[in-house]
Ligand binder design. Structure first.
Ligand SMILES: [Zn+2]
Length: 118
């Protein structure tokens, strides 16, 4: 399995408090996409993001910014960052104005562009 393939997100699920509680574990890192299902049953991504410590809590702060979400849990925030970058470059979500950020001093590189090349 290609870890950076955007095709491996779970969902979509409703972006509601109850749904987040039912679907996601506590205190897990992961990557997510927020969007909606269009009239042709396609999931349209509006924004992508990640959480290093608690994806459930992170998505709770985004309730109201979209109708549905997809997600994938990761072992580390760095893994979430790399998938987030892949989704960002592939999908160009309209609500992601700038490139995914990285923690200061982490040295992480985007595998898909030269945004962080040192
Ligand atoms: Zn990049």
């Amino acid at each position: 399995m290609n870890a950076s393939s955007p095709a491996v997100l779970n969902g979509p699920f409703d972006l509601t408090y109850d749904s987040l509680t039912a679907v996601l574990p506590k205190s897990a890192s992961g990557v997510f996409a927020i969007g909606y299902v269009d009239g042709l049953d396609r999931f349209r991504v509006q924004r992508v993001g990640r959480a290093g410590a608690d994806i459930r809590e992170q998505l709770r702060t985004l309730i109201g910014s979209g109708n549905q979400f997809k997600y994938r849990l990761t072992m580390t925030e760095r893994e979430a960052f790399e998938i987030e970058c892949a989704l960002f470059h592939k999908l160009r979500p309209p609500s992601n104005i700038s490139h995914p950020d990285r923690p200061r001093g982490s040295g992480w590189r985007c595998p898909h562009c030269l945004q962080y090349h040192r």
